[in-house]
Design a protein around this ligand. Sequence first.
Ligand code: FAD
Length: 430
Amino acid sequence: KLSVFWFRRDLRLEDNTGLYYALQQETDVLPLFIFDRTILDDLEDKTDARVSFIHDQIQNLKEELEKKGSTLLVKYGTPEEVYQELIKKFEIQAIYTNRDYEPYAKKRDRAIEKLAEEKGISFLTFKDQVIFEPGEILNGSGEFYKVFTPFSRVWLSKFEETNIEALSYFHWKNLYQTKPEPLISLKEMGFERSSISIPSSNPNEEIIKYYDKTRNFPAENGTSRLGIHLRFGTISIRQLALKAASLNETYLNELIWREFYMMILDYNPQVVDKAFKPAYDQIPWRNNEEEFKAWCEGKTGYPIVDAGMRELNQTGYMHNRVRMIVASFLTKHLLIDWRWGEAYFAKKLLDFDLAANNGGWQWAAGTGTDAQPYFRVFNPSSQTEKFDKDLKYIKKWIPEFGTEKYPKPIVDHKFARQRALDTYKKALDR
Ligand code: FAD
């Protein structure tokens, strides 16, 4: 008899809640990772950097577990197929795993739980990727918060009251001892290695310490770049939040935004394709394909927008300030559906996270949880003046800036701003 520990968005051995509890039991624990075909088959880009990143992490985990006399069993297929096969091969007592709040993940887990129950196997899940999960921070009437500020206040006071600790002393002796099998290659799954480099998972304390002062300037190295590591759990949120609490409140506040959007998505799975505020689905988006293409390629003639899109296309990253500007530009200046922009980001961002991306896009489009109404239309020039005054960021990403080769603005700012306000007003007055 053995138990399975199933890794998903928690690709680390350190401070991993589900793994910790699995190892506390008497039964041997077989660690498992599934390269899920349902997800991989949908990826168009076969050099997707996130797949290479995951593959590297899996290789590391496998090696670390092999040093402990065990292995990481790595399968390629759909989770249901894989579990059907494992149930035939092993006498499984329980499946341990950490909870995930995305709609696809919840559906997948319900299916595996059902399959397990039919065979008398327990399916045990744990909170691991957040400090407080959906349902833990509620208002006085027991409802979820629709705006961020009161949510963050309650989050913070609960954080102060709760004894949050990183888990240590894992019972490694309870790992299932077995001979390793070779790891499936990227090629065997139809992928190739990406040349995009991934930032370190080691939090840079200096950056976090001065975060409130530097975070808005895209030319500076002033944010932590931990997004991808939070996404795939190559860093523990407990360790990071404890560090943040001792170093910089503003940084901790960003980690609260992350949990706020996860909660919003968990309670409102419809936001995946609908506006959080339903009335905003009446906006008649212009959806001009040529303009969308110019935006994607960083050729709108608005330097701060173009610099951001080129940073994204070349590195899989875009600075948060610039994400807000390009998203506002697409939805307001060009009146292109936020879902188009969201989908483009989902393909390109290394740190892509459904909840944060959807939340960010709906915030920019004015359709989301923002307490402010839709009238905020970022002015690309004044944003540049404030946050990239000496044009360092712009020049870095647009070598032809200031030459004849650089395109003329695809739309006039004043005209576009008024058109956005009129269109939104008309749609919402209906
Ligand atoms: P830091 O500034 O160092 O922040 C630390 C961490 O806090 C981030 O890694 C992230 O996990 C979290 N965080 C920070 N800001 C936010 C926020 N506004 N909402 C939720 N979490 C936040 N973030 C993603 O993680 N994935 C996305 O797909 C994503 N899409 C976005 C789309 C738009 C249109 C906008 C405006 C924002 C989006 N964000 C997204 C939020 C934010 O831009 C990124 O988290 C941040 O830029 C990542 O860089 P960093 O790791 O250096 O973050």
